[in-house]
Design a binder for this molecule. Structure first.
Ligand code: NAD
Length: 590
């Protein structure tokens, strides 16, 4: 099998390097980790080690060439040593070794050998199990560093739950829901549209087209990097072997130096709700959009319940949301929820907090739900056309053969790891939903980068302090860092400022003045500890808050940075102003 070796990262911030010396020739057989070239950057000279061995069939560069990081240096064929050539690489090796001793130590990464890597005679440097927003970035990053990588997923569409049956299709439908609401609201601005007709088949096709385009793109990106995409269900048989049962009924065996477990999570479906009737849906079922039910019961007032409830309400369902706790989205601050809840109360039939769904039963007329709580007068039965269960997700750590390795999986399915994403098994790392909360795609992607650094032998812990959370309802709800309620639970003294969007010119121009931007700051230093936003585009705006928290910005940084006018982002600037006086467009009564 031919593989390409690309120029790995030489040192931080360097985008290309000049090839100063080539120590090998076409036809040479090289060992894994052998120095094949020396490159120079404006910062330093560095040896380039190829992490895998084989026969060099092509050298793509010449001495003196400038090559971008990731540019192809060599094509290497596995095995089959051709007759030795005169001159070339091997004669040069001692000189190269002498030179490399002068070069900065970890300038060119090579994979760290796993503690029990044995003979090292493995088919792959790295196998990634699970191709979601954790797994595929890990596979790509490792391949970009020259490792031989296989990405194993049992679904023919790449991208995991996020792309296939999660973030991407739900956001596609939420975009349509927002359009339907705006078309309705436009009558307040003197523009009246006819009542929309909904072609459900076409809407499903649009959603399917978006998913196909993005999942297809991931497959192409993987292939372009030389990642072997293996379709089938993977099971660890030991710390260096994964068997893959393909849909064609074959079993393949992949051996690897190291593997990254990125198998994600599945919707929680307790037995009491699992009644074997497809009118009871999980998020995947809800995204299929089989019909627009007259009455939809949504169990759980979190991310999925509110997002998918919004979609079905916009399409015409009467939606009842039942939430066990006193508040929707329990992790978010109450003042941020208020504008969202007020709008959802108009769109949904009912929002029943502090209410439980005790059981479900199938009947000819629908699904009969037994609800319990003061808001339904104690206990009552009610029939719905469909029910969406959205009460959280469970990690997929069981059923993948980890009992045949040294990795530790707890009863719930979480796989234990250290801050560099290493499990208790030296050959295995873990990332994404199966590695712990929060179960968010962007957390998984960051963990993927950390895990690959670990595979490459660098100790780079996951030390991000800020992971943004976004609920893509309308208005959107987004927060990052310390919330006001967390500060109260910790007994931590904080300064909290709230800038209401009624004072934002831009919010008024789009007739969405209900929003709120708040900052949670250290009272002494005014360091920004948390940012919360409820309003249109909050999901985009939270990036500034995330950067502020991550880099340890103080409120003045937000207040004194020029924000374009008129934009919603000015609300963050004005919230910053409020921490040391009044904001230009709002007089606080504090
Ligand atoms: P969630 O944790 O967001 O919300 C579940 C809600 O159900 C909670 O409010 C909980 O109190 C409630 N609940 C639990 N048991 C209940 C019961 N028996 N009756 C009534 N209410 C009950 O979970 P989710 O909405 O299923 O989403 C799962 C995960 O998927 C989320 O935690 C999130 O990490 C991820 N996700 C993220 C996004 C996004 O980033 N926009 C979107 C969808 C899902």
């Amino acid at each position: 099998m031919a593989r390409e070796f690309q120029l790995p990262e030489v040192s931080e911030g360097v985008t290309d390097a000049e090839v100063s010396e080539i120590m090998v020739a076409e036809g040479d057989v090289i060992e894994p980790g052998q120095t094949v070239m020396e490159v120079e950057t404006e910062k330093a000279a560095a040896p380039v080690e190829c992490p895998f061995g084989g026969t060099i069939t092509k050298i793509h560069v010449a001495e003196g060439d400038t090559v971008p990081i990731g540019g192809v240096l060599l094509t290497i064929e596995d095995g089959g040593a051709p007759p030795a050539k005169d001159g070339g690489g091997s004669a040069e090796k001692p000189a190269a070794a002498a030179k490399s001793a002068e070069a900065p130590a970890a300038a060119v990464p090579s994979p760290a050998p796993a503690a029990d890597a044995g003979s090292g005679d493995y088919e792959y440097d790295l196998v990634v199990l699970g191709g979601g927003p954790g797994g595929y970035p890990a596979a790509f990053e490792a391949a970009d560093h020259g490792l031989k990588v296989a990405l194993v997923d049992d679904n023919p569409q790449q991208g995991g739950v996020c792309l296939r049956v999660g973030c991407i299709p739900s956001k596609t439908l939420l975009h349509v829901a927002k359009l339907l609401h705006e078309a309705e609201e436009a009558k307040n601005w003197g523009v009246t549209f006819e009542k929309p007709t909904i072609d459900l088949a076409k809407l499903r096709d649009f959603k399917g087209g978006v998913v196909n385009r993005l999942t297809g793109g991931i497959g192409q990106l993987g292939k372009a990097r030389g990642v072997d995409i293996v379709q089938g269900r993977g099971t660890f048989v030991d710390s260096h072997t994964l068997t893959v049962d393909t849909h064609a009924g074959e079993t393949k065996s992949l051996t690897f130096k190291q593997a990254i477990i990125a198998v994600g999570s599945s919707p929680a479906m307790p037995g009491v709700f699992d009644i074997g009737d497809d009118r009871v849906m999980d998020s995947t079922g809800a995204l299929e959009l089989q019909d627009v039910p007259g009455k939809l019961l949504v169990v759980g007032g979190g991310y999925i319940g509110l997002e998918m409830g919004s979609v079905y309400a916009a399409l015409g369902s009467e939606v009842t949301v039942v939430e066990a706790t006193p508040h929707l989205v329990p992790a978010a601050d109450r003042d941020l929820i208020k504008p969202l809840q007020k709008k959802l109360e108009k769109e949904f039939d009912r929002i029943l907090t502090e209410t439980l769904v005790k059981s479900l039963a199938a009947s000819k007329d629908g699904i009969v739900a037994t609800l319990e709580g003061d808001k339904v007068g104690g206990e009552t039965k009610e029939t719905f056309d469909r029910v969406l269960i959205a009460i959280g997700r469970k990690p997929n750590g069981h059923g993948i053969g980890l009992e045949n390795t040294h990795a530790v999986v707890d009863d719930r399915g979480w796989v234990g790891h250290d801050e560099c994403m290493r499990t208790a098994d030296p050959a295995l790392l873990v990332i994404g939903d199966v590695a712990g909360e929060p179960m968010l795609a962007h957390k998984a992607t960051r963990e993927a980068k950390v895990a690959v650094e670990t595979v490459l032998g660098h100790d780079t812990p996951f030390d991000n302090v800020a992971i943004p959370a976004v609920v893509f309802t309308d208005p959107e709800l987004a927060w990052v860092g310390l919330t006001e309620q967390e500060a109260a639970e910790q007994g931590r003294d904080v300064t909290v400022v709230r800038f209401p969007w009624a004072a934002s010119g831009r919010a008024v121009t789009v007739d969405r003045p209900e929003g709120l931007t708040k900052l949670v700051c250290d009272p002494e230093t005014r360091r920004v500890l948390g940012v919360g936003i409820c309003g249109v585009n909050a999901g985009e705006m939270i990036a500034e808050g995330t950067l502020a928290v991550e880099m340890g910005a103080v409120a003045e940084d937000l207040a004194e940075t020029i924000h374009a006018h008129p934009t919603l982002s000015e609300t963050t600037m004005e919230a910053g102003e409020m921490t040391f006086g009044q904001a230009t467009h709002y007089v606080s009564r504090r």
